[in-house]
Design a protein around this ligand. Structure first.
Ligand code: SF4
Length: 363
C-alpha cells in the first residue's frame, strides 16, 4: 500500500496518524516525523512522487491543461486582468506573447539551501513580468523581455535537461504570465520521464483562483511578499499595484493551505511546502516588521522565511530617493530581530549567517 502512496498523501497521513507521537508505522517500516516542526519531517525517498504524477495517474492532467489554457483567451492569469486574447497574439500589461519566452535554464546554486542541495536548483528564467517593480533586480529579462520564444515541447525538453543534469527541482522563475505553457510542458515532460518537484518562484502578485488551479501540480511555492503597504506598492511599480499586498497575502495563504510548511528529504532537500521571501529595502519600504508578524499570525511560525539582504540600486531605483541606496547593517539586523521577536522558527540559514556579519558591523 505504501509504495502506491503519493508524497502528498504520505505527508497528510503522517499528520493524521502521528498525533502527539512522532512515529509513523506502515508496511513494516518505521518513519520519523514531527508535528511540532515540519522542518524535521523525513520521508522515505523511494516513496517520493511529484504532485503532478498523481494528477496524471488520475487521468486529470489533460483537463487541467485545457482549463488553464482557456484563460489565455481572455487573459486573467493575474490581478491585472487585462482581458486580452493571448492565443491570437494580443499582449497585456506583461507584454508576454502566447508562447513562453525563456532567458536561460541552468542549475542554480544561489537559491535557498533546501532548493539548491548539492546538485543545484533547475532554474528556468521566464522573460517579462506582470508586476514590474522600478527596482527590479533582473530588469533586462523582466522589463525588456530578453530571451527566446519557445514551444511548450521545447520547455518540456528544458525540464528534462535539468533533470538529466541532476538538479533537485524545476525552479520556475516569474511563472505567472506563462502558466498555461508551464502546465502543458510539465504534462509533456512527465510523459517523458520528469519526476522532479515544481517550484513556483513568484513575485506573489497572483489571483487565488489561478493558484487553486495549481493544486496537484506544484509542490513547492516560493513567493515574495515585497510590500505590506499599498501606497509603497503603488509608488514602486511602473503601473500602480496598490492591491499588491492584499493579492499577495491572499495568494500566499492559499499556497500554504495547498502544501503546508516545508518538508525535506533526509538530505535536507525540499520536497514540498511553502517558502516565503522578503527583500529588506532601505527606509523600511518593504515593511519587514509587518511582514514577519503577518507570517507568524496568518501562516505558521514554522514557515520557512528568507529575509534577504541583497538589495541593490537597479533599473530606475536611483530616481527614488528613499530606495536609491543599499541597506545598512542596522536595517538588516533590525529586520532579523523582528523575525525572531515574531517567533519565527525556520529562518533561512544564509540570512542567519548574514545577520552575524551585519551584527559585527553594528557592534
Ligand atoms: S498575465 Fe499578462 S496579459 Fe494576463 S492578466 Fe496578467 S499582465 Fe495581463
Amino acid at each position: 500500500m505504501l509504495m502506491n502512496m503519493t508524497r502528498k498523501k504520505f505527508i497528510k497521513n503522517c499528520c493524521l496518524y502521528c498525533g502527539a507521537g512522532v512515529f509513523y508505522l506502515a508496511g513494516g517500516s518505521l518513519f520519523l516525523s514531527s508535528c511540532s516542526s515540519r522542518e524535521e519531517a523525513v520521508e522515505e525517498p523511494d516513496l517520493w512522487r511529484p504532485a503532478y504524477a498523481a494528477l496524471a495517474a488520475e487521468g486529470k492532467f489533460d483537463d487541467r491543461v485545457e482549463q488553464i489554457y482557456d484563460i489565455f483567451n481572455k487573459c486573467e492569469l493575474c490581478p491585472r486582468s487585462c482581458g486580452v486574447n493571448r492565443n491570437t497574439g494580443e499582449e497585456g500589461f506583461c507584454r508576454a506573447p502566447g508562447q513562453a519566452v525563456v532567458y536561460s535554464h541552468q542549475p542554480h546554486f544561489g537559491e535557498e539551501l533546501p532548493l539548491t542541495g548539492s546538485r543545484g536548483s533547475g532554474t528556468i528564467f521566464f522573460s517579462n513580468c506582470n508586476l514590474r517593480c522600478v527596482f527590479c533586480q533582473n530588469y533586462p529579462i523582466a522589463h525588456e523581455g530578453w530571451g527566446r520564444e519557445i514551444s511548450d515541447r521545447e520547455l518540456a525538453e528544458m525540464m528534462l535537461d535539468l533533470q538529466q543534469k541532476g538538479c533537485h527541482n524545476i525552479n520556475l522563475v516569474t511563472p505567472t504570465h506563462v502558466l498555461p505553457n508551464i502546465v502543458n510542458a510539465t504534462r509533456i515532460a512527465h510523459q517523458n520521464g520528469l519526476t522532479l518537484p515544481l517550484c513556483y518562484n513568484t513575485s506573489g502578485y497572483e489571483r487565488t483562483e489561478v493558484v487553486g488551479l495549481l493544486d496537484g501540480i506544484v509542490d513547492i511555492y516560493l513567493p515574495d511578499l515585497k510590500f505590506m503597504d499599498g501606497a509603497e506598492a503603488e509608488r514602486y511599480n511602473l503601473a500602480e499595484a496598490y492591491d499588491y499586498p492584499q493579492k499577495a497575502q491572499e495568494s500566499i495563504t492559499k499556497m500554504h493551505r495547498l502544501v503546508g510548511d516545508i518538508v525535506k528529504d533526509e538530505n535536507g532537500v525540499a520536497l514540498s511546502g511553502l517558502m516565503v521571501r522578503n527583500l529588506v529595502m532601505p527606509n523600511r519600504v518593504a515593511g519587514t516588521e509587518e511582514f514577519v508578524r503577518w507570517v507568524a499570525e496568518n501562516l505558521s511560525k514554522d514557515t520557512y522565511v528568507n529575509i534577504m539582504s541583497q538589495y541593490r540600486v537597479e533599473f530606475k531605483a536611483f530616481e527614488y530617493e528613499e530606495i536609491a541606496r543599499a541597506i545598512t547593517s542596522e536595517e538588516f539586523v533590525e529586520a532579523m530581530e523582528w523575525a525572531k521577536e515574531a517567533g519565527l522558527t525556520n529562518l533561512d540559514k544564509r540570512s542567519l549567517a548574514q545577520l552575524d556579519i551585519h551584527r559585527r558591523n553594528v557592534d
